[in-house]
Design a binder for this molecule. Structure first.
Ligand code: NAP
Length: 523
């Protein structure tokens, strides 16, 4: 059986004890094992500080961007292998795996392209110069410079490639060396990604390391120039916030956490209209893609009360048609949950939701999957619930069931009512609105935009073009307020600035111009 190695201190480290098994979630067969027993975390940090940081900061932004382009290229060249590993360890269908694998390559390629527009030195200018002195001799300007620490990336189990790539792209472009930590149970794919990049000899020594298992004392060793970018549950984020490194030295901490995203049908969307059909198609995809194990998945579906029956009927028919099973079987459209723990949590979560909402599709229990041995595999059917009193359904707005599970919430059609219901989740990553009524949309934004990181509007003009609300595109922000973590990733240069320090420069105008020479202002 394969034992995953961590890449630390300039070499591959193979552990000898304390193994955690990695399973194929469709068959429960053990496919690999991993551990960080014996990893010297202090040495890993020191190696990055001594080698990776200086090497990256010694390059221009354009040169660092070229590294990302090469990374994207080698991941693309090994796409088939990564998709197969993803099927084995994450239980993804080909299409779900490509959402992760291709999404990761795209994020790297996007940042490589962005870097090409950042001619000049190692800093990024921010905004315009401002005159500070009356006589015109004293000016101010903001600029971003690389932080001189390490970027520690802690990723969730569901996006091993994209999670690794989108974070690494931003940190490396900023000039910070990376230590990446995939979720242990699905570390197979991320580990292989890093192996591919290291074997290709693209990056300078110490620019990229990976630890495949627990973080040991790594986080306690971080300093004020370091950054932790965390993706995972709100519970883990809250625990990490108490850590020594964060509280004592104020290491920067970005959190991408849970989210009970809402899809809202506007009252103007007539049944059978293009917008209505797009809404149905998007909701089905955003509930079942990756078996609902997406932070951006739709968990709450807000329907004008007068459309409830039509929408319920249409969604049930479409969701019933999704074949659940082993992704090796070509007829399968949705794979298993990633682990026994995820299955337990999903079954418990559906039972909790049933206290406030009636089950209208699904069993609320584990089911057998097509192509899998009876009794094996962590399968849950697409599951739909319906709450009759959405305003009072507290659990529906707070319990994230990380599975293909969503709840129908009828509302009176008013934009403000819909926005208020959406906001009950206390902060989400994305909200999707399906309407062509600009005044209704504007009204929704007035109340709702403060409670969500992204608003995805499906209307006549976007039919056939929008990728669906679940896609976190590198050009626009990913992250959300409150419960969603309060973090900001991607969004062009915003994602890079997480790894940089903004400094206000004050002095003579021409001197500032020469010191910041040639760098492009933020676009
Ligand atoms: P999780 O249990 O919170 O774990 C996330 C990561 O944190 C894993 O790498 C885990 O490592 C690590 N971790 C846990 N405890 C730790 C500790 N004490 N010190 C250091 N690292 C620690 O979340 P998950 O089950 O992997 O992912 C599902 C959750 O992530 C869902 O709630 C989902 O909404 C959220 N998510 C959010 C986004 C987003 O962008 N907002 C994206 C994807 C997922 P181990 O595996 O070794 O425990």
């Amino acid at each position: 059986m394969q034992t995953l190695r961590s890449f630390v201190g300039g070499g591959w480290y193979e552990p000898a004890a304390d193994f955690v098994p990695l399973l194929n979630p469709a068959t429960e067969e053990v496919i690999a094992q991993t551990s960080t027993h014996g990893v010297d975390f202090a040495a890993a940090l020191e190696f990055a500080r001594q080698h990776g940081g200086p090497a990256l900061r010694g390059m221009t932004l354009v040169e660092r961007g070229a590294l990302l382009k090469e990374m994207s290229k080698v991941l693309r060249e090994n796409r088939d292998e990564l998709l197969d590993l993803s099927r084995q360890n994450n239980g993804t269908t080909m299409s779900d795996g490509s959402f992760d694998v291709d999404g990761g390559g795209f994020a790297l390629a996007y940042y490589a392209g962005l870097a090409r527009g950042l001619e000049g030195g190692g800093l990024i200018l921010d905004g315009q110069e401002v005159q500070l002195g009356r006589g015109g001799g004293f000016w101010g300007r903001h600029a971003w410079v690389p932080r001189r620490g390490i970027a520690v990336h802690i990723n969730a189990f569901n996006f091993p490639v994209w999670g690794f790539a989108e974070k690494a792209a931003c940190a490396l472009l900023a000039g910070m060396p990376v230590i990446t930590k995939p979720a242990t149970l699905t570390a197979l794919v991320a580990q292989r990604c890093v192996e591919i990049v290291i074997d290709a000899g693209i990056l300078p020594d110490g620019a990229l390391q990976i630890i495949c298992g627990s973080t040991g004392d790594l986080l306690d060793r971080l300093g004020p120039q370091d950054v932790i970018a965390f993706t995972g549950s709100a519970t883990t984020a809250a625990a990490l916030r108490q850590g020594e490194g964060l509280t004592a030295v104020n290491c920067r901490f970005n959190v991408e956490a849970d989210s009970l995203n809402a899809a809202v049908l506007g009252p103007d969307a007539e049944p059978s209209s293009p917008v209505f059909e797009m809404f149905l198609e998007d909701v089905v995809r955003e509930v079942t893609q990756k078996a609902g194990q997406k932070c951006t998945a739709v968990r709450r579906i807000l329907i004008p009360r007068q459309r409830l029956e039509e929408v319920r009927e249409a969604l049930v028919a479409k969701l019933e048609a999704v074949v659940t099973g082993d992704p090796s079987d070509e007829t399968v459209g949705m794979g298993p949950l990633a682990s026994a723990q995820q299955l337990r949590d999903a079954v418990e979560g559906i039972a909790e939701l049933q206290r406030e909402a009636r089950l209208i599709l699904g069993t609320g229990k584990r089911v057998d999957g097509v192509g899998s041995p009876a009794g094996k595999g962590f399968f849950v059917q697409p599951t739909l619930l319906e709450a009759t009193d959405p305003g009072a359904a507290t659990t529906v707005h707070h319990r994230e069931v990380f599975a293909p599970v969503a709840t129908l919430l009828p509302y009176d059609g008013g934009a403000t009512t819909a926005a208020e219901l959406m906001s009950l989740a206390g902060g989400t990553l994305v909200t999707s609105l399906y309407s062509d009524d600009e005044s209704w949309l504007g009204e929704f934004l007035k109340t709702g935009a403060s409670y969500t990181g992204r608003i995805y509007i499906g209307s006549e003009t976007t039919v056939g073009e929008g990728p669906g609300s679940g896609a976190a595109l590198p050009q626009t922000l990913h992250g959300g307020p409150g419960r969603a973590g309060g973090g900001e990733e991607l969004g062009g240069l915003v994602g890079v600035q997480l790894y940089m320090q903004r400094v206000a420069l004050q002095g003579g105008r021409e001197l500032l111009g020469r010191l910041t020479g040639g760098s492009q202002p933020e676009g």
